[in-house]
Write a protein that binds this ligand. Sequence first.
Ligand code: FO1
Length: 326
Amino acid sequence: MITCLGGGIGAARVWTALAAAASPAQLTLVVNTADDVWMHGLRICPDIDTTLYALSGRQDRERGWGVRDETFRCMDTLRSLGEEVWFNLGDRDLATHLLRTGRLRTGASLTEVTAELADRMCLAAAILPMSDTEVQTRVRIEAGGWLHYQEFLVRRGARDRVREVVWAGSEEAEPAPGVLDAIARADLVVLAPSNPVASLLPILGLPGVRKALAATAAPVVAITPVVTGVPIADPGEAMRARSRAGLLAALGRDHTATDVAAHLAGLIDAFVLDPADGNERDAIEATGVDTVVLPTLLHLTDDPALIEWLLARARGAAVPPPVAVP
Ligand code: FO1
């Protein structure tokens, strides 16, 4: 049993590869919901939907979010009616939001609706929202005022200098049913390569989660969400990198694998570093975190080493030696 925590495009790549290599029924994915947003009266859960679409083969793999072969006629129509539209909900994607919102309005919990959606998409992995209570990542920008995370990221392109980040509602929120149990019963816990501030910290900040990670007998491993040694060409990837950098800076951290590992030190038993940043290995180990160097950018490599290493850790098998750092 492998329990993964995180959300977003990088996480979905690892989860899809794990589901393909192991039995999906052995996977529990605890998904960030702190960048969820209400739009046009609908509850949008970007990280849950990226997970559902990626695992079911529906994902637009180029954009990373939304459904492939998508059209945006509903958004075009809203614009033509004078609505301001900056968050693009595709016509096929809208079906998910209509279904979810309808079920939530008749009293279902987000956990129940997510399980229903996963079931309707024929997914065997357990997909759990981090919480049934709404938690919201809010960002205070230098230009003044607080923004919802999606406004900071999508509306303003993550270009603002960030002064402060809070997770509104986090202290009163409970982890969703099954989350703490999935950490306790796991053979391996994986912190996915997700935005450490926007996607990992909201989960880690829920009451009981850090305690559960400390108490589990399973190894807890983090896959680096930051690879600075590979140039970024895609504008969407560049925007997400700006977001990571801006949010990390607000916590007094640099946008480096070393700083992310230092932030997670004490919580994790091992950190997976990408070979492109292999020169940071000694600095990370100096913070007391065991470091393994394996190719992590699964959209750029066919190398199965990362997934094989994760599965070996889950089996408790001896860990193969790390690949040579160029
Ligand atoms: N990202 C964008 O860059 N632009 C969009 O218009 C946009 C719309 C959108 C709609 C549904 C959805 O599930 C995700 C969407 N995303 C969009 C991605 C999303 O903002 C982020 O990638 C995640 O929140 C970060 O994990």
